[in-house]
Write a protein that binds this ligand. Structure first.
Ligand code: GRF
Length: 193
């Protein structure tokens, strides 16, 4: 059976695009819904161009709207891909173990509320760490806290700017996120790689 996936985004949607590229016809998973808290999110274009239904969460804290959308589209797995809001607790409870997030650092380092986008990479550079990376993890009620499913290391290079580091990390996210989703679809459950 094909695993039915909802992808939640807030912005550019390059991870959504990477996932769509990895899930060609015949794959064990399919993106059936895109959710966003931002009606103007550029990443919605990837849903539009493939006729994937998109739902705007006008109040992202409204669990009823979330659950309605997920139920309407018979979603098995929710992927947060550059989604910047907290998933309401009743949604986490209903889909426990079936919501995953990609984070552009090696959690638990450089995670938590407010740690997103350029701030993550600025903090890594300020720390002097020689490596950073990508973490794919289960989502629970607290930002960036759930069980880790996969991590990949990415070197910090001399002369890196937050932008250069972000681009290098993003390339790794584009590989690791689809790999975790495909592994989940093949076994029917989220598991550590
Ligand atoms: C990714 O690095 C993601 O981990 C972070 O924000 C970025 C989103 O990129 N939370 P995109 O919207 O998938 O292009």
């Amino acid at each position: 059976m094909t695993m039915r996936i909802a992808v939640a985004i807030s912005g550019r949607g390059s991870n959504l695009q990477a996932l769509l590229r990895a899930l060609q016809p015949g794959a064990p998973a399919e993106v059936v819904l895109v959710l966003t808290d931002r009606p103007q999110a550029p990443g919605l274009s990837h849903a539009r161009s493939r006729n994937i239904p998109a739902v705007v969460l006008h109040d992202p804290a409204d669990a009823t709207a979330w659950l309605q959308a997920l139920q309407d589209h018979e979603v098995d797995l929710v992927v947060l891909a550059g989604y910047l809001r907290l998933v309401p607790a009743p949604v986490v409870a209903s889909y426990r173990g079936r919501i995953i997030n990609t984070h552009p650092a090696l959690l638990p380092a450089f995670g938590g509320k407010g740690m997103y986008g350029a701030r993550v990479h600025q903090a890594v550079l300020a720390s002097g760490d020689k490596e950073t990376g990508v973490t794919i993890h289960l989502v629970d009620e607290v930002y960036d806290r759930g069980d880790v499913l996969a991590q990949r290391r990415v070197p910090v290079l001399p002369g890196d700017t937050p932008e250069r580091l972000a681009a290098r990390v993003l390339e790794t996210e584009h590989q690791l996120l689809p790999a975790v989703v495909l592994a989940a679809a093949e076994t029917g459950r989220c598991r550590a790689l």
